[in-house]
Design a protein around this ligand. Structure first.
Ligand code: SIN
Ligand code: CO
Length: 384
């Protein structure tokens, strides 16, 4: 997939900036308009606990953090200035927010975390800080002043006793005032400080970068379910050893082999595990709602040219192996013949399936069966 952000091509962006250095792109998304209003964002913050209000001044303490889910009263007693409402995972709730992430799909889906949206009044900020992840910060409404620095955010450079990690000292080296449609890209660990100059909305397209320890923990967790790991260490054919206190090299070799043997030995097994691991829904994602739709009912909907939607909080991904497609839907593996690749790509690439897009594909009986299964599992739903 290729495309342009302002004057820069995605190829140049990947080569020179991704994971490497910050980039401000004026009018990266010209005419960008927030698909939701600030009131709708507040409404969303009342439905999800992935929401926070940060009050720098005028709260119970400096940099007070209040946690959602909120209710109408939560917004009644806020000061005039210096607060920000932040809502994570907004793309899991509304398909029109999922669509905001479309221009960023030159980075593969598995690497994407969420769309966070913030609304701030004048002076609103979460303080100077750094994040562990790459982020595209799209200005959606109003103006924000961004400052960045190369100054390190070392453990001794944080304000004490705060819930937020806010840098004690922050000397800006670059500064921009952004307008709607402008975008700031930040690689991980670049200290930044964004202050709303007036009522402003900022969209953060955030990426995920698994922690090595988390991946290993998850891999081991999954392996523990395998019956083959129920074998015990054996040491028939021991040779006599002189000192009972010694852990001999020969024993260590056997023990090391024994424990390493527990890990999958072939790449293919690990690839399948990756597909499952990376397509699993987020821990706090709402479970999909299964449907008991029949094949005949689906056929009727197709004749009526209905639009279908991918459930916003689910993940599809696939990899190719020989003449098979390993297609993963929310942690579940389907092995399909390579002939079905067009359809799998179609399912993965869109979030919305319109009649014009699916009508030819769904003539195929296998595709129709797979589509039906996905609807029955609640991973695709009918747009009423
Ligand atoms: C914000 O949108 O207010 C904060 C985004 C960030 O600094 O990461
Ligand atoms: Co940040």
């Amino acid at each position: 997939m290729s495309g342009m952000f302002g004057d820069i091509s995605v190829e140049e962006f990947l080569r020179d900036y991704w994971q490497k250095k910050p980039l401000l792109i004026r009018q990266a998304l010209p005419g960008f308009q927030s698909p939701i209003t600030q009131d709708e964002l507040a409404g969303l913050a009342c439905e999800t606990d992935a929401s926070r209000i940060v009050i720098e001044k005028g709260g119970k303490c400096p940099w007070e953090v209040r946690h959602g889910a909120f209710d109408d009263d939560s917004f009644a007693d806020l000061p005039e200035t210096h607060w920000t409402l932040l809502v994570n995972d907004t793309d899991q709730h509304l398909p029109e927010l999922k669509a905001v992430m479309e221009p960023f799909r030159f980075i593969p889906d598995w690497r994407v975390d969420d769309l966070m949206i913030s609304f701030a009044v004048e002076g609103g900020s979460v303080g100077p800080h750094m994040d562990n992840y790459d982020v595209f910060l799209i200005q959606a409404q109003g103006q924000r002043r961004w400052q960045i620095t190369t100054q390190p955010a070392t453990p001794d450079n944080f304000l004490p006793d705060l819930e937020l990690r806010i840098m004690r000292e922050f000397q800006p080296e670059q500064e921009w005032v952004v307008n709607p449609g402008d975008m700031l890209y930040l690689p991980p660990n670049v200290p930044h400080y964004g202050v709303a100059l007036n009522e402003c909305m900022t969209y953060s397209v955030g990426f995920r970068a698994p922690l090595q320890s988390d991946m290993l923990e998850k891999l081991v967790d999954d392996l523990l379910e395998e019956p083959r790991l129920q074998q015990r260490f054996r040491d028939e054919g021991r040779s006599l050893q002189e000192h009972p206190g010694e852990l001999t090299e020969a024993d260590m070799d056997r023990l090391i082999d024994f424990v390493l043997d527990a890990l999958p030995q072939d790449t293919h097994a690990l690839q399948k595990w990756l597909g499952k691991y990376l397509s699993e829904p987020k821990a706090d994602a709402e479970a999909p709602e299964p449907s008991d739709i029949s094949k005949a009912e689906l056929a009727k909907l197709i004749t009526r040219k209905k639009t279908f939607e991918k459930t916003p909080n689910i993940r599809f991904l696939y990899f190719l192996s020989g003449s098979d497609i390993y297609f993963f839907t929310n942690g579940l593996q389907h092995i399909l013949p390579i002939e079905q690749l067009d359809f799998v790509r179609f399912l993965c690439s869109s979030n919305q399936y319109k009649h014009a897009g699916y009508k030819d594909l769904l003539q195929n009986k296998e595709y129709l069966d797979l589509f039906l299964t996905l609807i029955q599992e609640g991973l695709i739903y009918i747009n009423e």
